[in-house]
Design a protein around this ligand. Structure first.
Ligand code: AKB
Length: 323
């Protein structure tokens, strides 16, 4: 049985996932019990409905201060440099994704934290992995710096669990599609940008080929996966930091067709850039049997439901009616 999460720290609350996970955790655990943090982007809107701290994940002392100030016992770490940005600055990716996480592991021991959740990614996979239903247990030889940092984090997290009994958990998230906050610096960003441009401009140029298929997930499922994994019974977990979690897989061309059904006249083109190489090194889909068996993972959204909901939400947000 794992220990309870009472006072939760979310590192990176103003990012794509953090901006939706933080309010969801506050809903479940109470606004005052969930401390959000930010670095370069100031919090706005519902993020200001609870405690917020400015925090640099590479500065161990500043994390320790926030843990002490708020009597934190559990941490969700969403601070990360994603795959495309990681290729521009591999050194920074290592510092934030690995050194930042290492500080958390060490602070986890020092402050006897009950739980650390650190998302991993499909970025851990490399070209040798079967592209259909990539297994949970497989060779991990990523070709991007992002992937290297995420494999390192998975191994470190598992090591700290087995060596020190620190309850560290993580899951390999696919590309996340969401309407609240844009992602930044990822290879799967096209799957979000296309909705904005389709509604605003009626046209989008994908930076990957039409036949590029990847595992993707809608934000409500991502938030559910993170919270369900964090709340799962420790006794039921055989894996800890490396769960595949899957919900849907589609190509850039399929997504474009689906959007066209809702936005007639939408036009699109495909001009692959350097991100294509990263996309080609990742599998099209993943097998997530361990997540389903060990903590009951099951997604709610498929492609149709996601596209419908995204367009509905973005039309309101962007103040236009595209139909
Ligand atoms: C990226 O594209 O880098 C991320 C990811 C798949 O982890 N969205």
């Amino acid at each position: 049985m794992g220990q309870e999460m009472n006072n939760i720290l979310v590192i990176g609350s103003t990012g794509q996932i953090g901006s939706e996970l933080t309010p969801a955790l506050r809903e479940n655990y109470g606004a005052e019990s969930v401390v959000g943090t930010y670095w370069s982007t100031e919090p706005t809107g519902d993020l200001t409905n609870g405690p917020m701290e400015k925090l640099d994940v590479t500065d161990r002392e500043s994390i320790a201060e926030v843990i002490e100030k708020h009597d934190i016992d559990s941490v969700f770490n969403l601070a990360a440099i994603l795959s495309a940005k990681g290729e521009e600055n591999p050194q920074m990716a290592f510092k934030i994704n690995v050194v930042g996480f290492f500080h958390l592991l060490e602070l986890g021991l020092e402050y006897e934290l009950n739980r650390i959740v650190n998302p991993s990614s499909i970025g851990v996979f490399g070209p040798e992995v079967p592209s259909q239903q990539a297994p949970n247990e497989t060779v991990l030889r990523p070709t991007s710096m992002y992937g290297v940092t995420k494999v390192t984090d998975e191994l470190l997290g598992n090591y700290y669990y087995h060596r020190f009994g620190l309850d560290v958990r993580g899951l390999r998230l696919p590309g996340i599609v969401s309407s609240k906050t844009l992602p930044g610096g990822g290879t799967t960003d096209y799957a979000v940008e296309v909705f904005y441009e389709a509604i605003r401009e009626g046209h989008y140029t994908f930076f990957v080929r039409e036949d590029t298929a990847l595992p993707l997930m809608y934000m409500p499922d991502c938030v559910k996966a993170l919270i369900d994994l964090a709340e799962a019974e420790l006794d039921n977990l055989e894996h800890h930091c490396d769960f595949n979690v899957s919900s849907m897989s589609f190509s850039a061309g399929e997504l474009a067709h689906k959007i066209e059904e809702h936005i007639p006249g939408f036009t699109y083109a495909f001009e692959p850039d350097e991100r294509q190489k990263i996309a080609d090194s990742w599998p099209d889909s993943m097998d997530d049997t361990p997540a389903r068996e060990e903590w009951g993972w099951e997604p709610d959204y498929g492609l149709d439901a996601m596209v419908e909901d995204m367009i509905e939400k973005l039309e309101v947000k962007l103040g236009q009616d595209a139909t």
